[in-house]
Design a protein around this ligand. Structure first.
Ligand code: ATP
Ligand code: MG
Length: 723
């Protein structure tokens, strides 16, 4: 008999995990077997049945979205709100700790988080100031190096140059970078984790406090923790803390960011007597989808090895479509999507997954034309848009004048006559006096600059002071609104007559509404503005906030981890794209790509489409590729190949009223032709259809003729013969 509804809807193995004794536990299980569900029920069980205070739990998940979902699910199981439960991402929780203990962490109270874009810019400026040519020292490589060291928990002083001058230079750049950040009170993503670890390690009292507080540490997606995250967990757990971690070695997909699946083995050594629970029943996918996923992942050699089963339906076959090019692929996906929506399905239940963000553009164009609402996760996220970052930079300066990143971003935006030379002088001064750009600006404006330049600098500085003064005491959203108003960014973007300028202005308005709906956490001890700015920086790492509208979901396979959808499209399944070019020669890299493919397939609940294109234009280059080797790893029994429609040998014209066609991709194929089709022209000879646009008498096609090259032809005159 169940004592509590918390155990309802769990199978035996899941119950065993949820009710396991207060000892370290490791739940290791495949996709869709209910790991996240178990974690949620465990939290509720501890609070409701074991009588543990929500304050004593720490729950870590992989994205802010997952964290919000988890809180909601725990609350609905308990039927009461759990305010003091610490639940978030590693970064979010580390940030919270640093905000509370900025002093112990050696940070200014108003420290600011910089995202990886800001970080890269800062590194570029650093290289420039040291007169290091960025062709000799690629900024991205420096960024990569610094973050990799931090992920391993290493400061410059811990790193040996092994007598290698190249390495020595990287270490010294890391050192200089650190000084700039420290001076400006800037904290990058990797720094959040490293500092949060150091602040506990180096402050015995603080560590005692948190060890006493957090009795239970729950971690989802454990396979993707990196060294510093794991070290933080261990430190926090000490001898008495009880970690409860769930994960799947087959879904470890962040090795490239320092995640180590070996932590699963390490865990069992570090926490002797760990209870291990395996879950083997999958509740998510049809048998066909599950078997396909199992067949693919079996090709990896380094696995803990487990096999999932389901007692669910066999389900339909996985559909594989070979497209001629990326537009044809998009047309196909959208056609199927439309059919599916017309059958009365909910758009948000469909996901289009791809390997690389750049693939989304063509798909988005198609969706716009077909008027299907969609939302892109990742890619250019709201808080990463240039105009949003401009507005945020002003806001950040009102909170922290020493934020050099923000200073440089807006000192001359909108243009106010502060030229590159003036900025260069400030940089030199800041470097020589080890001070912030703000102080440097003040100093050179009064001593070194000529009247006009000095005026411009003074105007900028008094603008910031005015913003700070006038918004003091205002509500957050009024503050944001007023700062945007004073910045004259809107007037600046109004000059940009095109759609782009308009979108930017809309986005700025959206920022005010984001501020309005932002709910500061009562437990946080910082100003709502600082909290909002931190939220913006952390959020920039993932999707947009309002995910619940009924839109088709577009995202990379990486961002799809942990999610599930009744209908899934996996696009761009080509060797070189997926598996990615970089990993083809590296067996470990290839295995990681295969795990990513496993993640992709196992997102699908009922229907899965896999598409690839023979020809793809990506980053301005045309690539011709073979279907991904991962497709061949799926047994034929589970696959239904979809042949391109056989076409009638005459152009058909749409009898429907003409729709406005916004780009070259037609939303469906009213013309009766298809991309990649072989055609013959009387004069130009044989060719292949590359593209088409317009309708009726205006329909045009682009044909690549073997001898005559590429031409656009009006379909009604061209008399093309379809081959
Ligand atoms: P992933 O590895 O992808 O993160 P997971 O192991 O965390 O997957 P969940 O997301 O927790 O799996 O569960 C997958 C799906 O199966 C969810 O829709 C969940 O509600 C459902 N499910 C899990 N366990 C059961 C159960 N015992 N009875 C019914 N449905 C279940
Ligand atoms: Mg999960």
């Amino acid at each position: 008999m169940d004592v509590t509804p918390i155990l309802d809807g769990l199978n035996d193995a899941q119950r065993q995990a949820v009710t396991s004794p207060p000892e370290p536990a490791l739940i290791i299980a495949g996709a869709g077997s209910g790991k996240t569900r178990v974690l949620v029920h465990r939290a509720a069980w501890l609070i409701d049945v074991e009588g543990i205070s929500p304050q004593s739990l720490l729950a870590v998940t992989f994205t802010n979205k997952a964290a919000a979902e988890m809180r909601g699910r725990i609350e609905s199981l308990l039927q009461l709100p759990v305010k003091h439960l610490w639940i978030g991402t590693f970064h979010g929780l580390a940030h919270r700790m640093l905000r509370r203990h900025w002093r112990e962490a050696g940070l200014p109270q108003n420290f600011q988080i910089i995202d990886s874009d800001d970080q890269l810019r800062l590194i570029k400026r650093l290289l420039k100031s040291l007169e290091i040519d960025d062709s000799l020292r690629v900024p991205k490589e420096v960024q990569w190096f610094i973050n990799a060291q931090k992920d391993e928990g290493l400061r410059p002083k811990h790193i040996d140059d092994d007598g290698d001058p190249n390495r020595r230079q990287l270490i010294s750049l890391y050192q200089s970078y650190e000084e700039i950040c420290q001076r400006g009170g800037l904290v990058d993503f990797a720094e959040l984790l490293l500092r949060a670890h150091e602040v506990l390690r180096d402050n015995a009292e603080l560590l005692q406090h948190y060890r006493r507080r957090f009795q239970h540490l729950l971690v989802d997606e454990f396979q993707d923790t990196n060294a510093i995250q794991y070290a933080w967990l261990r430190l926090l757990a000490g001898d008495k803390g009880i970690p409860f971690v769930v994960g799947d070695d087959d879904q470890s997909i962040y090795r490239w960011r320092g995640a180590r699946v070996e932590h699963i083995h390490r865990f069992q050594k570090d926490f002797p007597g760990t209870n291990i629970v395996k879950l083997e029943q999958n509740y998510r996918s049809t048998e066909t989808i599950l078997n396909a996923a199992n067949a693919v992942i079996e090709n990896n050699s380094s696995r803990m090895g487990k096999k999932l089963w389901t007692d669910g339906a066999t389900g339909e076959a996985i559909k594989v479509y070979s497209a001629y090019n990326e537009r044809d692929e998009a047309d196909f996906v959208i056609g199927r999507l439309r059919d599916w929506i017309n059958q009365g399905n909910v758009r948000a239940d469909a996901a289009i997954l791809y390997r690389s963000n750049a693939q989304s553009r063509v798909l988005e164009e198609g969706l716009v034309n077909a008027r299907i609402p969609y939302r892109v996760y990742g890619g250019l996220r709201f808080f990463e848009r240039a105009e949003i970052k401009d507005a945020l930079a002003y806001l950040r300066l009102t909170s922290n004048r020493n934020d050099d990143s923000s200073f440089e971003r807006v000192v001359n935006k909108p243009t106010r006559g502060i030229g590159a030379r003036t900025v260069e002088m400030m940089r030199a001064y800041a470097r020589a006096n080890a001070c912030s750009m703000w102080r440097a600006a003040g100093a050179i404006a009064s001593d070194d600059l000529n009247g006009r330049a000095a005026n411009a600098v003074n105007t900028f500085m008094s603008l910031i002071e005015r913003m700070a003064r006038e918004t003091d005491g205002m509500d957050l959203h009024n503050k944001v609104d007023h700062v945007i108003h004073l910045s004259t960014l809107i007037e600046f973007f109004e000059k940009d007559k095109g759609e782009k300028g308009e979108t930017r202005i809309e986005n700025l308005a959206e920022l005010v509404s984001a501020a309005k709906s932002f709910e500061p956490d009562p437990a946080e001890e910082m100003s709502p503005l600082d909290e909002f700015l931190s939220h913006a920086a952390l959020e920039a790492g993932e999707g947009q906030a309002d995910a619940w509208e009924d839109c088709v979901q577009l995202m990379t396979m990486h961002s799809a981890k942990g999610l599930e959808f009744p209908l899934v499209f996996m696009c761009g399944m080509e060797d070189g794209l997926f598996p990615h070019q970089r990993s083809l020669a590296d067996p470990q890299g290839l295995e990681e790509e295969r795990r990513l493919c496993y993640v992709g397939i196992t997102r699908a609940m009922q229907s899965l489409y896999i598409t690839h294109a023979e020809q793809r234009r990506l980053h301005g280059m045309d690539n011709f590729s073979q279907a991904s080797r991962f497709i061949a790893e799926i047994p034929d029994d589970y696959i239904e190949e979809i042949r391109p429609r056989v076409q009638v040998a005459r152009p058909m014209y749409s009898s429907r009223p003409t729709q406005r066609q916004r780009s070259a991709t037609s939303s469906d194929n009213e013309l009766g032709i298809r991309l990649g089709q072989q055609v013959r022209h009387k004069k130009f000879g044989d060719g292949v259809i590359l593209n088409y646009e317009g309708q009726g008498a205006h329909a045009r096609v682009e044909v690549n003729f073997e001898s005559a090259g590429t031409k656009w032809l009006v379909l009604s005159y061209a008399n093309l013969e379809l081959m």
